[in-house]
Each structure stands twice: as C-alpha cells, then as structure tokens.
Design a protein around this ligand. Structure first.
Ligand code: NAG
Ligand code: NAG
Ligand code: NAG
Length: 277
C-alpha cells in the first residue's frame, strides 16, 4: 500500500512561564486529519533513518523577545531548514514544526508533575546538573506514560542524550525553540522560567493526548498539537536520550529536548501499533 501522508517527526512544545494548562482535559470534539504536505520527506527504506533535514515550515513557532510576553500565535519561522526531495519510498514523516506549540495561557496552578508520575528524586539537585538523575527522571516519566498504553518501555541511550546535549549547547546563546537536524524523533520544550523539570516537559507532551483521536489517527485542528504525545507513545521507538539546559542569558529561559530512536510520527499510522519488522 502507499503511504502518501506526511509525518510529524518533530514537534515543539512552547510553554509559558507562569502559565499552565489552558486546555480542558476533554478529548477534542472535532478532530481533523493532518494536511497533506507534498514536500514531506519520505523514507528511503525501512532500515534507514528518516530524512535528516526538514521542511520549510511556515507554522513554526518563534520565541518572543525576552522583554515581551510570549505571543499567543506564532509568526512564520524563517529559520526552518528545507526539505530533502522526496525519495521513492512510501512511508513518510511529518515535517518539523507542523504543529504550533501548545499555548498555555491558563491560570490553573502548576501541576506537581513529579508527584503525578510518582517520581521520587534521589538527589536534591535543583539545578539539574546531575546527568544520572536527569536520565532517571526523563525515563521514569516516559515509561509511566508508555505503561498506560501497554507499550514496551524506553531504554536510555547515552548516544541520544549526548546528541541532545550537543544540540542544546548550540542553542545556548539564542535559546531558540527550533528543531535540530537529527535523524531521530525529537521533542523540544522551552520555558521562560528555569524551574521546569524533565517531568514537567514530559507531562506537557503527554497532555496533548486530549487532542488526539486514536480512531481517526488525527489531531484537533491547529493550534492544537499532538506530535509530542504521539512520539512519546510511538510503539516502534525504543530508545530515548534527553537533555535539559538553562540558556546563557537566564532571562531567555531554558530548553529541554528528547531524541527518540527509531523515530516515530509517521502520518496515518497508529502510534500504538508495531510497524517495524
Ligand atoms: C512502497 O512502494 C513500493 C513502490 O511503489 C511498493 O512496491 C511497496 O510495496 C510499497 N511499500 C509499502 C510498505 O507500502
Ligand atoms: C532532600 O532534602 C530533604 C530536605 O532537606 C531531605 O529530607 C531529603 O532526605 C533529601 N533527599 C536527598 C535524596 O538527599
Ligand atoms: C546523582 O543522581 C544519582 C541518581 O539520582 C544519585 O544516586 C547520585 O548520588 C547523584 N550524585 C550527586 C553528586 O548528587
């Protein structure tokens, strides 16, 4: 069969400082399918990683300047890299930034996400410099979610974590919420305050489940996004590696990135089903 839909390999979560969930927890009542993108990358073979560059994306979010409050809608991102030309393969990934980040302007109080996931930190390191503790927390939150869907657990992959750290180092000065050119699935989170934890980022990604319709394999219309969630619960993805970084100028905030291997988010495929052979 032919897979002509596009995937959403990467997704970006854009979160505000004191803001938490504006969205109700009910599932979306009007899911739509993802738009077809004739420029979406395609796989060259099931064994090779997905395309390494991403489509120009007019919907990619941009961060506000540090002094202004974050915008509630996002301007075009002129920095998005271009798509590779499509190959002959059929299974394709949705391009980076197809979803606007969730915009969280609600006034609800901040969720204790560590408690939510039942994570007990083994260290009192509040500056997130303990890489072992970070890995444990990312993995715990992800696997807590995977368990809800009877999915095999992720394992931690230091190569992916190293990639994520290296990528966030590239963003150390600008602190921009943009994707890397990785071959992996990738979720990125930006927060203005420096208090966001691995559990927080993963929790926000998980909350996108409310917009995802497993019957139709589709997300509620933009600006709702589901790509972070579907990557987290993508059955075929086996390994994660993540990083957390406070940016150089603390007023620019912080970034969290997770890499997923093999990448998920092939459009029109059920995240919970096994696809790889
Ligand atoms: C992919 O496309 C090729 C050629 O169009 C076809 O032979 C093959 O069966 C397709 N594979 C899948 C998984 O649909
Ligand atoms: C963290 O700090 C609290 C209060 O200071 C203390 O009770 C707890 O044992 C500490 N935990 C670890 C793992 O050091
Ligand atoms: C780092 O975290 C690990 C696991 O949480 C913990 O066992 C270890 O004691 C921590 N190291 C330091 C220096 O705090």
């Amino acid at each position: 069969m032919t897979y002509t839909m596009r995937p959403f390999l990467f997704s970006i979560l854009f979160t505000f400082l004191a803001t938490v969930f504006a969205q109700p927890l009910q599932p979306s009542s009007t899911p739509t399918s993802f738009p077809i993108d004739s420029n979406a990358p395609q796989r060259s073979s099931p064994q090779t990683p997905p395309a390494t560059s991403f489509p120009a994306d007019s919907n990619a979010p941009q961060q506000p300047s540090p002094q202004t409050p974050p915008a509630t809608s996002f301007p075009a991102d002129s920095n998005a890299p271009n798509l590779p030309s499509p190959s002959s393969e059929n299974r394709s990934l949705q391009g980076v930034g197809r979803h606007k980040g969730g915009h969280h302007s609600g006034r609800r109080k901040r969720v204790n996400t560590r408690k939510y996931f039942g994570y007990v930190p083994q260290t009192n390191d509040t500056s997130f410099t303990n890489q072992t503790a970070l890995a444990q927390e990312f993995l715990h939150a992800h696997n807590w979610i995977r368990k809800q869907y009877n999915l095999p657990e992720y394992t931690w992959d230091e190569k992916l974590a190293s990639y994520a750290r290296g990528y966030l180092m590239q963003r150390y000065e600008d602190c921009k919420l943009v994707h890397s050119n990785s071959n992996y699935g990738e979720n990125v989170f930006w927060g203005k305050k420096l208090h966001w934890s691995p559990s927080d980022a993963t929790y926000y990604w998980y909350q996108e489940k409310q917009w995802y319709n497993f019957q139709t394999l589709s997300c509620a219309p933009p600006p709702k996004a589901c790509g972070h969630f579907t990557q987290v619960v993508w059955r075929d993805s086996q390994r994660i590696g993540c990083a957390l970084q406070h940016c150089h100028n603390p007023s620019l905030g912080m970034l969290i990135a997770c890499e997923y291997d093999p990448a998920g988010n092939y459009e029109n495929e059920d995240p919970l089903k096994q696809h790889e052979r």
